[in-house]
Design a protein around this ligand. Structure first.
Ligand code: ATP
Length: 199
């Protein structure tokens, strides 16, 4: 399920619509300090549903919108699209290509789209969790993350291994199912009470 294209429009330093094509093999992105290399990986994580502004080096999510420069006015929206080659259908879609888009307006409202169809953030997260790459996964290791992993406590490190082994998804599903069971149990107790009252 290779990422074949990244289209960045109005995100951070990318004021103009910019398309990056990823060919087979390794792609290296080089450039002077401050030229926007990290903004590229942040654009990928953001489109995958990153919801913590801090992890994108901002204080609010609106900070991802191009904030203007000496020569250009600020923009009022940002959009990032990830295009995946899905010919082996690793993503649960019939399409050979899957385009995941996230948009944010100056009001702070975010939209998510899969192949131009509006979806919920939950759908984006599920899509990537099922494929084993979430926005926190080891598919993207940013600066400082290596130190963070080496210095983490054993329990934190275990989560990293669980994610890599694909266990985390099942743990999340188990938690959801357990919460449902608790709710169902509560409902049964309530129904029993009502039945007793009526008897
Ligand atoms: P380094 O090699 O030092 O790590 P880098 O190439 O990874 O640098 P980035 O950190 O990706 O560079 O980009 C930083 C640049 O992005 C800065 O010039 C900063 O002003 C610009 N930038 C960040 N957010 C915005 C924004 N919302 N609007 C405009 N420019 C932004």
């Amino acid at each position: 399920m290779p990422l074949t294209e990244l289209i960045i429009d109005g995100f951070k330093s990318f004021a103009d619509k910019t398309t990056i094509h990823f060919d087979q093999g390794i792609t290296g992105i080089v450039g002077p300090n401050g030229s926007g290399k990290s903004n590229i990986t942040e654009a990928i994580r953001w489109a995958m549903g990153e919801s913590r502004a801090k992890s994108l080096r901002g204080s609010s999510m609106k900070d991802v919108i191009f904030a203007g420069s000496e020569l250009r006015k600020p923009l009022n929206r940002a959009e990032v699209t990830l295009v995946f080659d899905n010919h082996n259908h690793e993503l649960k879609f019939d399409n050979e290509k899957v385009a995941v888009t996230r948009r944010i307006l100056h009001s702070g409202d975010s939209d998510y789209l899969i192949n131009n169809q509006s979806v919920r953030l939950k759908d984006i997260r599920t899509l990537f969790l099922d494929s084993g790459i979430s926005q926190n996964s080891l598919a993207i290791i940013s600066q400082g993350r290596v130190d963070q992993i080496l210095n983490s406590r054993p329990e934190e490190r275990r989560i990293i291994f669980e994610e890599a082994a694909g266990v985390l998804h099942f743990k999340e599903q188990k938690e959801i199912a357990q919460n449902e069971l608790v709710k169902t149990n509560d409902n049964l107790i309530r129904i029993n009470d009502i039945v007793k009252e009526l008897e």
